[in-house]
Design a binder for this molecule. Structure first.
Ligand SMILES: Nc1nc2c(c(=O)[nH]1)N[C@H]1C(S)=C(S)[C@@H](COP(=O)(O)OP(=O)(O)OC[C@H]3O[C@@H](n4cnc5c(=O)[nH]c(N)nc54)[C@H](O)[C@@H]3O)O[C@H]1N2
Ligand SMILES: Nc1nc2c(c(=O)[nH]1)N[C@H]1C(S)=C(S)[C@@H](COP(=O)(O)OP(=O)(O)OC[C@H]3O[C@@H](n4cnc5c(=O)[nH]c(N)nc54)[C@H](O)[C@@H]3O)O[C@H]1N2
Ligand SMILES: [Mo]
Length: 683
């Protein structure tokens, strides 16, 4: 049976290389591909479930139009495209092209994602979003400190003698990292996890440190205090490579472990122990997750954590370093584009970037001159995944035209006037990068799209024709519908890199040309000073932040108590093993592992509220409320409650009804983990 090499383009660290077994036009099995040294085990359960996902009963296979009663009816492509083209032309004439908002989420990676913006530029301009829901505070903190976002190859962590997983839960979110961590443990490496939850990852650690959410900056400053106080700083390294260490020593002089205990709740003796471990164990790797950098002060927090590696000489060496995001495959620019860090600057001046994605709902409602009239959504589920679901729904419902390109009837698709059926990863070829390993991959087409499904590139082409865009400009920007035309478009993008031909990529993943296995081993730090910057003037200039890393309480945190104690619980909404955000939960293969949302509470918090496992509870704050089943979690830090993000509204548990749209201190990220709630039993 034919086995075709392809790769999983989900927004996930692993970006696995896989083999697809196809028989009679059907996807039969997903098998491993050992050509990718980072993911030789093959796909996770989600990846295996693609055999169900591509043919799942709820898959949208035809264009749909909303009826007056809110239900949907099947329409033809001609009807759908005519209706959209006509309304888009009228909106442009009456209000200008920028009355249309083009929104994309992170549903799939690939170079072809660039055809959306290309279409809207041909339309004459559009409004779009800037920033990102996911990782920008950490990206920016890393760029300010080290000059670039890259890290050692995934397998290098096996050489670490000390690994600190700081707010990262790879046993669920990056399962392919765990075998390399195990390898380090087998060679007597040490593992520390810092997380308010006792996660599956923490089960492997010798030490679990549980800070109050949003207080990691204070913990890091205090560890630096111990390093300076006890002479554990790598002086020769710091003198040669680090800017601002002396000023930082002065900054942390009063940040004693007792001071940190008062803020973080972490016993002072643990802070001492962490300081000694970091100061005395070489090489050390700190791997930070993305969950912890979605607070209003997390840019500064991340800078304080990276500083610990600079002070101990753990940069540019095997088994050492800062693992956050490895953007070495970002050679096309476009690879990073879907996750843009800054407001994209449009050289031709046609797009108007006006809405931070972290405040999507309110941003849309407040947009003037022109007001928004239409919305196009692809690869995203903003109703479920963006902060302030109430505001996002209100904003969507205020529009004249909503088009959503989707595979399934998500909360966002259900709000649409017209739903267009989206391809899956198996139904069109594309080239993808990654953000953990450094392989460039061909996500190969292995199936014909089912029903009347069309890839976005074809949808845009058909619309462009109807709307009378200049044919030559369309042909230059958007590939034609045949497989050969798509391949030629991709081949042209790859042309500057002879090592990356499509033929070569068809065989398997290719390490990006110029790949650095040990990041910064050349001691080249592209910062303004050419050194690792603990003192960053750019941090002040660009973000009005202190030049040095520091700590202040997040805007919404129990220690500030702005809500007068009405909302004493930190609401954690982490990711979970068997979904990617709001995807996969509609599949039988996934639902057998959990088909309803559950709220974890510590025994103390539950007892105080008369709650027992299995009770129904309401989680609420001034922004909203949701209801679900309670479960006692003996590993959870008291003062925190936790449920996974990504449940659709009809399932209950859409966590962003309670979150607030706010920007992080750096990078235009979403600080929606600044989120306090109260919980009560309702049955
Ligand atoms: N299976 C699966 N894998 C995924 C994803 C998925 O949805 N499912 N999503 C992908 C994406 S887009 C992302 S962004 C990554 C995210 O990957 P991770 O960062 O690993 O995931 P999260 O669950 O968001 O956060 C990790 C941990 O941070 C902890 N945390 C929260 N607040 C704090 C804090 O203030 N301090 C500390 N120290 N810890 C804190 C949470 O309790 C959680 O256990 O995973 C990627 N991989
Ligand atoms: N409260 C809370 N909210 C969060 C988070 C959190 O930790 N807590 N995490 C945040 C993070 S890290 C992220 S990255 C975001 C993710 O936010 P999103 O990217 O909006 O979330 P997904 O649920 O992955 O939705 C992607 C959608 O794209 C669709 N899709 C997949 N492939 C294609 C395709 O080829 N074409 C089209 N048209 N559609 C496709 C899928 O069916 C799915 O509905 O969520 C954020 N929201
Ligand atoms: Mo993310």
């Amino acid at each position: 049976m034919p086995l075709l090499t392809t790769a999983c383009p989900r927004n996930c660290y692993s970006t696995c290389t896989i083999r697809a077994e196809v028989e009679d036009g059907r996807l039969r099995r997903i098998l491993p591909h050992e050509g990718n040294r980072a993911t030789p085990e093959g796909a996770c359960l989600k990846g295996l479930s693609y055999v169900e996902r591509v043919v799942a009963p709820g898959r949208i296979l035809h264009p749909l139009r909303r009826r007056a009663d809110g239900s949907f009816e099947r329409i033809s492509w001609d009807e759908a495209l005519d209706a959209i083209a006509w309304r888009l032309l009228r909106i442009r004439e009456e209000h200008g092209p920028q009355a249309v908002l083009f929104y994309h989420g992170s549903g799939t990676k690939g170079l072809l994602n660039a055809v959306g913006p290309a279409f809207w530029r041909l339309y004459g301009g559009y409004t779009t979003t800037y920033g990102d829901l996911c990782w920008p505070a950490g990206l920016e903190a890393t760029r300010l400190t080290l000059g670039d976002n890259k890290h050692n190859a995934p397998w290098d962590i096996a050489r670490a003698r000390l690994i600190i997983l700081w707010g990262k839960n790879p046993a669920e979110t990056n399962i392919h990292q765990m075998p390399f961590i195990e390898e380090s443990l087998r060679a007597r490496g040490r593992l520390v996890v810092i997380d308010p939850r006792r996660t599956q990852t923490a089960e492997r650690a010798e030490l679990l440190v549980q800070p109050r959410p949003g207080t990691d900056g204070a913990l890091a400053l205090s560890i630096a205090h111990v390093l300076f106080r006890d002479g554990l700083v790598d002086r020769p390294f710091v003198e040669a490579q680090v800017l601002g260490a002396d000023r930082y020593a002065a900054r942390v002089r009063d940040c004693t472990p007792e001071w940190a205990e008062g803020i973080t709740g972490v016993p002072a003796r643990y802070v001492e122990r962490l300081g000694r471990m970091l100061g005395e164990t070489r090489p050390a790797t700190i791997c930070a997750g993305y969950g912890m950098q979605r607070y209003t002060t997390s840019g500064q927090t991340m800078r304080a954590i990276i500083a610990l590696l600079a002070l101990t000489g753990n940069v540019g060496r095997p088994g050492a370093g800062w693992i956050f995001a490895n953007l070495q495959t970002d050679i096309f620019g476009a690879l990073r584009d879907p996750l843009a860090l800054y407001p994209p600057e449009e050289p031709d001046g046609v797009a108007r970037v006006s809405i931070p994605t972290s405040v999507l709902g309110r941003g849309m409602l407040e947009t003037r001159d022109p007001e928004l009239k239409a919305l196009w959504v692809e690869r995203g589920n903003p109703v479920t995944q963006n902060p302030e679901t109430h505001a996002v729904l209100e904003a969507l419902r205020s529009l004249e035209l909503r088009v959503v390109v989707e595979q399934f009837m998500t909360d966002t698709a259900r709000e649409a006037d017209i739903v267009l059926p989206a391809k899956t990863m198996f139904e069109q070829s594309d080239v993808i990068g990654a953000y953990w390993h450094s392989y460039v991959q061909l996500k190969q087409k292995v199936l014909e799209p089912p029903g009347e499904v069309k890839p976005e590139s074809e949808i845009y082409r058909l619309l462009a024709e109807r709307m009378g865009f200049p044919g030559d400009e369309v042909a230059a920007a958007i590939p034609g519908p045949t497989d050969a035309e798509v391949d030629a478009w991709l081949e042209a993008k790859l042309a500057p890199w002879p090592a990356l031909s499509l033929d070569r990529l068809r065989e398997g993943p290719v390490l990006v040309p110029g790949h650095q296995e040990i990041a910064f081993e050349d001691a080249i730090f592209p910062t303004p000073s050419g050194k690792i910057e603990l003192w960053s003037e750019e941090a002040r200039r660009r973000w009005k932040a202190d030049e040095l890393p520091g700590w202040s309480a997040p805007e919404e945190s129990a220690s500030r108590d702005d809500a007068g104690g009405r909302y004493p619980l930190h609401f954690l909404t982490p990711n979970t093993k068997n979904r990617i955000h709001s995807q996969f939960n509609n599949l039988e293969m996934i639902r057998v592992h959990g088909d309803h949302p559950v709220l974890d509470l510590s025994p103390d918090d539950a007892r105080q509220r008369g709650i027992r496992s299995g009770d129904r509870v309401r989680i609420r704050n001034d922004r909203g409320s949701i209801e679900m089943e309670a479960r006692i979690d003996f590993g959870l830090l008291p003062g925190c409650v936790s449920t996974t993000n990504g449940w659709w509204i009809p399932e209950g548990g859409t966590v962003n009804f309670l979150s607030k749209g706010r920007e992080t201190d750096m990078g235009h990220g979403a600080a929606f983990h600044d989120n306090l709630v109260e919980v009560e039993r309702i049955g």
